[in-house]
Structures are given as C-alpha cells and as structure tokens.
Design a protein around this ligand. Structure first.
Ligand SMILES: Cc1cc2nc3c(=O)[nH]c(=O)nc-3n(C[C@H](O)[C@H](O)[C@H](O)COP(=O)(O)OP(=O)(O)OC[C@H]3O[C@@H](n4cnc5c(N)ncnc54)[C@H](O)[C@@H]3O)c2cc1C
Length: 401
C-alpha cells in the first residue's frame, strides 16, 4: 500500500514524485517508457521553470547537461519586432533549453534519489475502485506482459494529454478548443544563430521558432495553421523547406546548417483544462491542462502544478485539511495562475498578428524600456499577470479618444 501512485514520469510526474517523497510520502512512480527517453518538443523552459529546479536543488545537474541558456527573446511580426530580456523569476532571467531525453532522465533520477519507488516500462491499464473511490491501479510490465495491482490513498495521472487516468475517471474538460496548429521540427548542427537568443518569427500561415538547445544543436520548428495540414503532409520534407523558403532569410540559414534528423511532426494538439481531482485521484501537468505548444507553456507549468499538488496532497493526507478541500485549492490556484496565459496561447496559436494600431499602442507602452519589455514577455509564462503589468505600465497607454 502506497500513499500515492503517480502514473507518468516526466516533467509533472517525476517532479511530483520527488517532492512527495521528500515530504516523507510513500510513492510509486510508473512510466511505460524507460529513461533516457526521447520526446518530440522544442525544449524551451521559461524562467519560472529554471526557478523551480533551483528551489528543488537539482539545477546543478541540469546545468551540467549543457542546456542553452537564452537571455534574449527576439520576436518579429509583419508590423515590427520585439527584442529584449526575459522577465526574471527568483533571479532566473533566462530560458533553459535542454532536450527532454536529458531533462526527463534527470527528473526521474531525482525522484528515485528522494526515495520514490520508480518502475519503468510499466503501463497503466485500469484503476481499482472501492465503490466510487479510486483505490489503486492495474498495470502490466511492458517487456513480460505480467499484470499486477497496487493500492494507494491517491492515484495521480501525470500521464500527458491522452491521460488514461483522466479517461478512466471521466474527468470533465472545460475551456476546450480543437487543434489550431500542427508543429514540425528538425534538429540541426551549425545553424547560424546567436546561442543566447530564442527566435520566433510570426508570418501567417506559419510561425518559425528557432531555439538553440544542448550539444550545439538548434531546434528548427515550423508551426502551421491547421488548414494547411493535408497539403503539407503530402511531402513533409519538401513542404518544410518550402515553408522556410517563404521567409528567404530563414530559408537561407536553414540551408547553411546541417540537419541531423528528419522532419518530425506532432499533429495531435488539443487545448483543454480538465477538472484535476475527484475521489481518490488527481491530475497534474498536461493531463490536467494541455495547450498548443506554440508558446512553450507546458514544462514550467507542469513544474509549478507539481509543486502546488505536492503541497495539497501533503496537507490532505496529513490531516491538516481535508484532502478534498486541499485538492480544490490546487485547482483554484492552477486555474487562476494560467487563465490569462492560456488565452494568450490560444490567440498565438490562431497566428493572430497585431494590427498596426495595436502595435503602435504596444510600442508606446513598452517605450523601448527593457524592464517593460521583460514584463510584457512575462505574461506568456504567467510570471506576471495582466493586472500587475497594467498597474506598472498602463499609465503609458495611449488615452482612448
Ligand atoms: C511539438 C511540441 C513542442 C513542445 N515544446 C515545448 C517547449 O518548448 N516548452 C515547453 O514548456 N513545453 C513544450 N511542449 C509541451 C510539453 O511537452 C508538455 O507540456 C510536457 O511534456 C508535459 O509534461 P507531462 O509530464 O505533464 O506529460 P508528458 O511529458 O506527456 O509525460 C507523460 C508521461 O506519461 C507516460 N504515460 C502515458 N500513459 C501511460 C500509461 N498508460 N502508463 C504508464 N505511463 C504512461 C508517458 O510515457 C510519458 O512519459 C511541447 C509540446 C509539443 C507537442
């Protein structure tokens, strides 16, 4: 019998298992993969993510894995461009860009070191119930097929957007929106880029996201509006190059680099919140909120939710408060923090570009002021909320006539 079984051992699950084990909980962490395990993504983590890893004392291991540390964000639109620092969180004023094949292994190792029992290559099949209450899991070993059951006071689904836990308990979704984009990327060596700069170039119907990552690699990503997908898929390699050539300077840089992978794609990109708790179960990370990857909001948010949920579980299981109230508080805090940034993300995924009037107003507000620009950036990972941003800078807003 465990206190908590966590299903899924990446950003959300491994972090949660580590934090709970450190609080003295008896934790079982399961994943159907074995680590190191690759994951198709663009691997950029906003400052709240690095700040979490520092708080947890595992930053040195991450730093030793050679992430790109980017202190400048550079975005261009047809109407203009923004270049400036990131909004600092607890002294972290950079994104860290580390491939998941490295990062997730570090997180799993940290969970194990903290005392969580980690079982890799184990897939969850079903949940065990006592009446309406979830009391455990039914799983099997991927290599041998051996089925087994384990019991716990709480089962947490950290098993990603297609969460089996969420499906089995029928977690209700809200704020849902169908996929707006598809995302294709390759890794390249020798890409001509300043390795301290994250680049995003919005040119509907595409967005070009170019991010330095570890080992001298660069993630060269193309976001495309959903309506182009069928045509694009007819020849992914050719379509990818042709799309880059529509922005000639970017196409030229791509040709000057050495791709080391084929073009990889992710097209299953839904947007939703799920109610993240019920009788004997909870959800964290993408299992609880999934949003388009266009603004790279998933990883730091998974860390923050893991931290919130660990505190709620500890409070609930230790009797400081009822588990139900503690988990309700977790949902409330998660939703309050992410509400505005979720909307911004969906606007970005529609590849909406500022009108010349909106751009002119933004330029007046930001006024080439690095701190205002950094604060504006901080809206994306929700390290600053719109009300704080406008309280600081709103008096520069052009007066409505
Ligand atoms: C194309 C793309 C690019 C992205 N780029 C970025 C980015 O640059 N920055 C960023 O912050 N976010 C990015 N994201 C989002 C980010 O990848 C997710 O938000 C993040 O992975 C969520 O972490 P998680 O731990 O909640 O879930 P996941 O990373 O999805 O991990 C879930 C784990 O659960 C396991 N699992 C699932 N089902 C079972 C089962 N039945 N039994 C056992 N184990 C199971 C899986 O094997 C997996 O290891 C991107 C996403 C995509 C698709």
């Amino acid at each position: 019998m465990y206190d908590v079984i966590v299903v899924g051992a990446r950003c959300a699950g491994a972090s949660l298992a580590m934090l709970l084990a450190r609080k003295g909980q008896r934790v079982l962490l399961l994943d159907k993969e074995t680590f190191p395990s690759d994951f198709i993504a663009t691997h950029m983590v906003w400052p709240p993510g690095g700040a979490a890893l520092k708080r947890w004392g595992i930053w040195d291991e991450v730093a030793a894995a050679d992430p790109a540390l980017c202190r400048i964000s550079y975005s261009t639109f047809v109407v203009g461009e923004l270049r400036g620092p990131f909004h600092a969180v607890e002294g972290v004023d950079y994104t860290f860009n580390l491939r998941r094949v490295k990062l997730d292994e570090i997180l799993v190792r940290a969970a194990r070191r903290a005392g969580a029992e980690v079982r890799e290559a184990v897939a969850l099949d079903d949940l065990l119930y006592d009446g309406d209450r979830v009391v455990g899991v039914v799983a099997h070993e991927v290599r041998t097929g051996r089925r087994f059951e384990e019991r716990a006071a709480l089962v947490v689904g950290a098993d990603g957007k297609n969460s089996t836990v969420a499906k089995r308990v029928g977690a209700r979704a809200y704020q849902e929106l169908e996929a707006l984009t598809a995302s294709y990327l390759l890794y390249a060596e020798d890409f001509p880029i300043d390795r301290t700069v994250d680049e995003v170039h919005t040119r509907p119907p595409y967005e070009y996201v170019i991010l330095p990552t570890d080992s001298g690699l660069t993630v060269v990503n193309l976001v495309l509006t959903r309506s182009l997908l069928t045509e694009f898929r007819a020849d992914v390699t050719k379509s990818f190059s042709a799309a880059y050539d529509r922005a000639p300077e970017l196409g030229e840089r791509l040709r000057a680099s050495r791709p080391v992978t084929r073009v990889l794609g992710v097209v299953d990109l839904p947007n939703f919140y799920r109610v993240p708790y019920g009788e004997g179960w909870a959800l964290v990370g993408d299992a609880g909120i999934t949003r388009d990857p266009v603004r790279a909001q998933g990883q730091h948010s998974a860390f923050q939710d893991a931290e919130l949920l660990a505190t709620a579980i500890q409070d609930g299981l230790s009797g400081t408060t009822s588990l139900k109230d503690a988990l309700a508080g977790y949902q409330q805090k998660r939703d309050d923090r992410t509400r505005a940034s979720y909307k911004m993300c969906l606007d970005a995924a529609r590849l909406e570009v500022p009108t010349p009037e909106a751009w002119a107003a933004l330029e007046v507000i930001l006024g080439k002021d690095p701190q205002a620009t950094a604060d504006f950036r901080g809206l994306v990972p929700a390290s600053i909320q719109p009300r704080e941003f406008f309280a600081r800078w709103g008096d520069r807003a052009p007066v409505a006539r």
